[in-house]
Design a binder for this molecule. Structure first.
Ligand code: AMP
Ligand code: ZN
Length: 478
């Protein structure tokens, strides 16, 4: 079964496949704006894209996928933050880039094959703008800024279905990156010392010194690294309009060919029914959650519990469920590891000695992932297996080597590193000591003692969940 994914342009499920004869799948994912810590809503999008990248690699082979995710390090928001802190732009963006990378590592997101910065591709953006001016798709304004002329591109609005009526009604040019009007949008913004400080570059021919608009950044980085036509372009649903609509207009007018063969947009993470966003202040960062004692892997798991094309309401309860699910998988993996005497690293890269892959064990789970990235269904099938799993079941002829290999691969596809952070490793030593004492009391059938210790743990903010072979500790719900 091929990988099929919803395409926002045709509004249908379509097979993903590389178009170029070299067989390399070219994939561009709009990256973060590095002016503050990314929140877990942003990470929902990046983790979904990471699972996609992993699936593509499993499908087409290592080296046959080129995944680009940019860093937006110059735009209204980054400049605004630098101004507010009275610090150089590069200092702010470097700081938040490092923070983003640390969170990505903790969440086990594979680094993209290229991670261009907008400021690293100014020349490429300027060249594209010059082509657009020459061709009559863009015009210079009196202040030396350059705007794209939406009326020059007949296909404008095809992706987002912006109504023609709406297009005609607006005739002004807004100057914000994010709230451009539909009739024109900025490609190049003339330098405004009061707002931009010293952030400026020489502009396109005949234009003023200044800086690029947000949309042209992605068009230029994608073209420079992946070429004129790419196989897949992705981002969160808010990027569909105007960002991606504008990218299509700029790229197709400049390059004279299709920009992306497939467009995929994942839905937002909500809190209390509204979109998690920095401007609303209703967000959690990964750091907020790990400070409460949750593991980064549980955050990753929880963000995959909903269908990527449906909004997902975030709750701390979902993190509790995620911790328990991961613990169950970890226990199974440990039993396998004992059986094959392999280390954690060996488990993570386990291959069947025959070299044969038997995917059938998790066939339904893989198929769910390949069918429009249905992560909740894939997890459902995985747990259907995990809940029945019993290593002591000697009746069935054990094919454990196939099972280890298949489980290891499935964990790769989801990006679950079962051994990177166990709850115990994160739990304060004093709490683990109390829990060990209580477990021993329970094993010795000293139930009164065990109860007293449970209360002590609860008072310290921890719940102890007893399993068959051991316990798990969780921070108590608020
Ligand atoms: P930004 O750093 O604002 O440029 O956004 C980075 C990515 O996060 C983009 O693909 C956005 O579409 C995505 N995004 C923003 N808010 C949310 C949210 N609440 N849930 C999921 N993705 C989001
Ligand atoms: Zn972009």
């Amino acid at each position: 079964m091929p990988i099929r994914l919803h395409d926002s342009l045709t509004r249908s499920l379509r097979e993903l496949k590389p178009a170029q004869p070299d067989g390399v799948f070219r994939f561009y994912n709009c990256g973060p704006t590095v002016y503050a810590a990314a929140h877990i809503g942003n990470f929902r999008t990046f983790i979904i894209n990471d699972v996609l990248r992993r699936l593509l690699e499993l499908e087409f082979g290592l080296g046959k996928v080129k995944h680009v995710r940019n860093l937006t390090d110059v735009d209204d928001r980054t400049i605004g933050q630098a101004k507010a802190e009275q610090r150089p732009l590069a200092e702010i963006t470097k700081k938040w880039t490092a923070h983003f990378h640390a969170d990505c590592t903790a969440l086990n997101c594979l680094p993209p094959h290229a991670e261009p910065t907008a400021t690293g591709y100014i020349k490429e953006q300027v060249s594209m703008i010059e082509v657009l001016i020459e061709q009559g798709n863009a015009y210079r304004a009196a202040d030396g800024s350059v705007y794209f002329k939406v009326s020059s591109f007949a296909d404008y609005g095809k992706l987002s279905r912006v109504k023609e009526r709406e297009l005609q009604a607006t005739d002004t040019v807004a100057d914000s990156d994010h709230k451009d009007s539909v009739s024109g949008f900025a490609l190049w913004k003339a330098h405004k010392p009061a707002e931009d400080g010293d952030v400026k570059w020489p502009g396109p021919r005949g234009a003023a010194e200044g800086r690029p608009g947000w949309h042209i950044e992605c068009s230029a980085m994608s073209k420079a690294i992946l070429g004129d036509t790419i196989d897949l372009h992705t981002g969160g649903v808010d990027l569909l309009f105007p960002h991606h609509e504008n990218e299509i207009a700029q790229s197709q007018c400049c390059n004279g060919t299709t920009f992306a063969n497939h467009w995929y947009h994942s839905e937002h993470l909500l809190v209390d029914g509204t979109t998690m966003s920095k401007s609303k202040g209703n967000y959690y960062t990964l750091g907020d959650l790990t400070a409460k004692g949750y593991s980064a892997m549980a955050v990753r798991y929880a963000l995959l519990m909903g269908h990527p094309r449906k909004q997902l309401n975030f709750t701390l309860d979902s993190l509790h469920a995620a911790e328990s699910a991961l613990e169950r998988l970890r226990k199974i993996a440990q039993q396998f590891m004992a059986k094959c005497a392999c280390t954690e690293t060996e488990f993570s890269t386990y291959k069947h000695p025959s070299g044969i892959d038997d995917w059938s064990i998790f066939g339904l789970s893989y198929d769910a992932l390949r069918d429009d990235l249905n992560t909740p269904m894939a997890l459902g099938w995985l747990f259907e297996w995990a809940n029945k799993f019993d290593f002591s079941d000697q009746d069935k002829p054990y094919r454990y080597e196939f099972e280890i290999a298949a489980l290891s691969r499935l964990m790769f596809a989801f990006g679950f590193d079962l051994f990177v952070q166990t709850e115990k490793a994160q739990t304060p030593a004093a709490i683990t000591a109390l829990a060990d004492k209580r477990w021993a009391a329970k094993q010795a059938k000293d139930f009164a003692g065990a109860d007293a210790l449970r209360k002590e743990l609860a008072a310290a903010g921890w719940s102890m969940l007893d399993g068959k072979d051991g316990y798990t500790l969780e921070p108590r719900k608020r």
